[in-house]
Design a protein around this ligand. Structure first.
Ligand code: HGY
Ligand code: MN
Ligand code: MN
Length: 416
């Protein structure tokens, strides 16, 4: 891979630093044997403190808003700001790269300009968001939505698995919900938002490319499906007289899988969580709740899938004499990435010797929230076997170094 055209940027050295930072941040977890860092938790606090120190050491001015977003700022000669960020919260049993690498890349790129000492014609804000995964509360993108000025205040009443409301969690974190509005950027001050993120898929590895440019972020529909049957004795109720909610849930899961496969890649559907309140091996399940995550790069295809899926589940429930409730807990349209930013990132990828591949993101990102504030772009980094949301998640120091070098090139050529 050709070196960058800039003599003062050494991707190999940057990549080694990025790897060391990833490993250090990756050790900040709620549990010793697996990586868990949920929104406004003590582990989030520990990660925010570490990122704040890195930002300060890089020459950035650090601040924190009411939702815990850490902001490292580098002044520029003009009023506009280029926002570069990602998230530091994780799923359960997470990998170390999903989110953190985007924050680390922003810090390393901003540090390059802080060290040069020649102000850019715009400021840089590196943002570390704390709620992209939506694991603790059923809402998600709370922190980036607040920065973008469209926080949903009704989510303050949501409660986590321990019954702690988001409002209470904010206070326990040492912040004040009354300050949430102040987290928003003044409209017009953010020139763009750019996020560097592992691809979380196999395309770049398959195409033997370290970097790729994202053209859109898939739209998402999340459904909560609750099946209501009749709890009964596993030994005495004849099969034909059962109203087995868990058997209905099994059909629901297989319908989602089969219907998504039938779209030949246009739509993906996942049942990732199921709750059986009174589960026991000798009880016919009376109630089962499950989540259905439906995504597509096409809003029309996703919406058509949702309608067809709901119809099929209703018919199944009727056949099984089950009660059924389906609630939509998330409905996010496909988010296009700004064309000019895509072009700038493509030139940046080429500057480090890459082929500027364009690809859609099946994963959701903070960019979806930030797109309501300003134009967005994303730079993908190859990850081994396309694995993510898994401790085996990995991006090489070499690829991470090229990503930061490309980001530096992008910043150099950015026109707010
Ligand atoms: O679910 C997603 O796509 C993201 O990782 N939160
Ligand atoms: Mn992510
Ligand atoms: Mn993720």
């Amino acid at each position: 891979m050709a070196n960058v055209i800039r003599a003062d940027v050494n991707p190999a050295a940057i990549g080694a630093r990025a790897e060391q930072m990833i490993n250090t941040l990756g050790s900040v977890s709620a549990e010793p044997n697996r990586l868990i860092r949920t929104f406004l938790s003590p582990a989030h606090r520990g990660a925010a403190d570490l990122v704040s120190k890195w930002m300060t050491d890089a020459g950035l001015t650090v601040s924190e808003d009411a939702l815990g977003t850490v902001r490292g700022s580098l002044a520029g000669s003009g009023p506009k700001r280029l926002l570069i960020g990602s998230h530091i919260d994780t799923v359960f049993e997470a990998g170390m790269f999903d989110g953190p690498f985007g924050v680390i890349a922003g810090i390393l790129a901003a540090e390059h300009f802080a060290r040069i000492g020649r102000p850019l014609p715009f400021g840089i804000d590196v943002l570390a968001f704390g709620d992209e995964e939506g694991v603790r509360y059923s809402a998600t993108l709370a922190s980036s939505s607040a920065a973008a000025g469209h926080f949903d205040f009704s989510t303050l009443e949501l409660v986590d698995a321990e019954g702690v409301s988001l409002a209470e969690a904010i206070k326990q974190y040492g912040k004040d919900p009354a300050d949430i509005a102040a987290a928003a950027y003044v409209p017009g001050t953010a020139a763009a938002y750019v996020e560097v993120h592992i691809e979380q898929g196999p395309v770049l590895e398959y195409r033997k490319q370290p970097l790729g440019v994202v053209n859109s972020i898939a739209g998402q529909t999340y459904l909560n499906v609750e099946l209501l049957g009749e709890a009964g004795h596993a030994g005495t109720v004849p099969m034909l007289l059962r109203r087995d909610a868990l058997a209905g849930a099994a059909e629901t899961i297989l319908s989602a899988e089969r219907m998504a496969r039938d779209t030949k890649g246009e739509v993906v559907a996942t049942v990732g969580h199921m709750h059986i309140p009174a589960a026991a091996s000798n009880v016919i399940a009376g109630t089962v709740a499950l989540t259905v995550d439906i995504r597509s790069g096409s809003d029309a295809a996703r919406n058509a899938f949702v309608e067809g899926f709901k119809k099929e589940i209703r018919e199944m429930a009727d056949k099984r004499h089950l009660g059924l409730s389906i609630t939509t807990t998330r409905n996010v349209p496909t988010t296009p990435c700004d064309q000019a930013i895509q072009d700038g990132l493509a030139a940046a990828v080429a500057s480090v010797g890459g082929e500027p591949l364009k690809l859609a993101s099946g994963a959701g990102h903070d960019g979806t929230a930030m797109a309501k504030l300003c134009p967005i772009g994303m730079l993908f980094v190859r990850c081994r076997d396309g694995i993510s949301h898994n401790p085996a998640e990995y991006a090489s120091p070499s690829d991470m170094g090229l990503a930061v070098a490309a980001l530096i090139h992008f910043i150099e050529g950015f026109k707010p």
